[in-house]
Design a protein around this ligand. Structure first.
Ligand SMILES: Cc1cc2nc3c(=O)[nH]c(=O)nc-3n(C[C@H](O)[C@H](O)[C@H](O)COP(=O)(O)O)c2cc1C
Length: 356
């Protein structure tokens, strides 16, 4: 799981002059503030009225992702960058306000596989009919509505346009954020699979994506469990992947092009490449121990080799001088030993690339 911080948008839906909505949205943000900081979650209020979205005026269906208008592109970027939503919504005539429906209708893929929680308010029903109405709409967009909810009866909770302090309601808002964050983490793998630049992997449901510095904790763990055999085979603990800290991993992830193979939020393997002159340096080829022998290493190696550009003459890598298993594997893949180029105790192998 990536450690990239989560971003939650609080959608403040009402736009009427003198509306109660902004006060409710302010209360939500204040109530969850401390817990959001503990969870490392950024909470951003978005008054829908300030988006200046007219009634849907795009020609193409939102699923096309073709947006002519600047207001749509701006809204698309905001929703795309978010990991979850809290809709602060009134009930208008037993339903959600048109502002929320319109803002939802503008986009499509940007909403998919993200949780949405509701804070509703109204008279007798405390806005719950508005939430039920919204829930059936949001599921079509693959938004995932939460069970946790906050429903505020105006008559019980509002005095002179402000919410009365209420510790029970504060706790309900915190519980809603908590559930939102848990669901957002679970849904991340669903979203990543659908992102541009993500390739299907060799196991059903697996996918390959570029690793970023945010993936350093997962990569650190993968390295520690994958290089133990190397330490045994070479009778040495002087092997960087075994003792690099997450900070050191973060640094090289920023420099190398690294691809990670994932399944259900678990990093199964990786390979990194970097072009040095006409050599494509390839390394850190790893597969989790419990999935070895299924061709994942070969698949990752060949995927890494695809990073070779037109100017690349060969792929160059090194492995432990006594890592016979690895050496045999690379030789079967067309590599031959070349004069040592790597750290002490390693041998270098290269594969010539046939010019296109
Ligand atoms: C157009 C309109 C329709 C309303 N319909 C309902 C309703 O169906 N159920 C309800 O409990 N309150 C209803 N109300 C009362 C609202 O809950 C209350 O006015 C609330 O403050 C509206 O939110 P806002 O101030 O953020 O716009 C309605 C209010 C308006 C303006």
């Amino acid at each position: 799981m990536s450690t990239k911080p989560l971003r939650v948008l609080v959608l403040s839906c009402s736009t009427r002059p003198g509306a109660l909505g902004p006060a409710v949205a302010r209360w939500v943000v204040d109530a969850v503030d401390a817990h959001a900081a503990e969870l490392g979650v950024e909470v951003v209020t978005v008054p829908l009225g300030e988006l200046n979205l007219p009634f849907l005026d795009e020609e193409e269906h939102p699923s096309s992702g073709v947006y002519r208008h600047e207001h749509t592109r701006r809204w698309s970027a905001m929703v795309e960058a978010a990991d979850g939503f809290i809709a602060v919504t009134p009930e208008y005539n037993y339903g959600m306000p048109a502002t929320l429906k319109n803002a939802l209708d503008y986009l499509s893929a940007e909403w998919a596989w993200k949780p949405i929680g509701f804070v509703s308010y109204g008279n007798t029903s405390a806005g719950t009919r508005s939430v039920q109405h919204a829930k059936q709409v949001v599921t079509t967009l693959r938004l995932v509505p939460l069970g946790a909810t906050v429903a505020i009866r105006i008559g019980d909770s509002v005095q002179q346009g402000r919410l009365r302090p209420d510790a029970t309601r504060d706790a309900a808002a915190v519980a809603l954020l908590d559930e939102l964050v848990r669901v957002a983490h679970c849904l991340r793998p669903m979203r990543v699979r659908a992102q541009a630049g993500t390739l299907p992997g060799p196991l059903p449901g697996s996918y390959l994506r570029r690793l970023t510095p945010h993936d350093a904790p997962e990569v650190t763990v993968l390295q520690r469990c994958c290089w133990v055999e190397e330490a045994v085979a070479n009778d040495s603990l002087d092997i960087p992947p075994l003792h690099e800290s997450p900070e050191e991993v973060r640094e090289w992830l920023a420099d190398w092009q690294t691809s990670g193979l994932w399944l259900d939020g678990r990093l199964l393997g990786m390979v990194r490449t970097r072009l040095v002159g006409t050599d494509l340096h390839l390394g850190r080829l790893a597969v989790v121990p419990d999935l070895r022998g299924r061709g994942l290493g070969r698949w990752l190696l060949r995927t890494g080799e695809l990073a070779a550009g037109q100017d690349s003459r060969r792929v160059l890598l090194f492995t432990g001088a006594k890592s016979q298993h690895n050496i045999d594997f690379y030789q079967r893949e067309g590599y031959r030993t070349v004069p040592a180029d790597g750290p002490d105790g390693t041998i270098s192998l290269a594969k010539d690339l046939i010019p296109a």
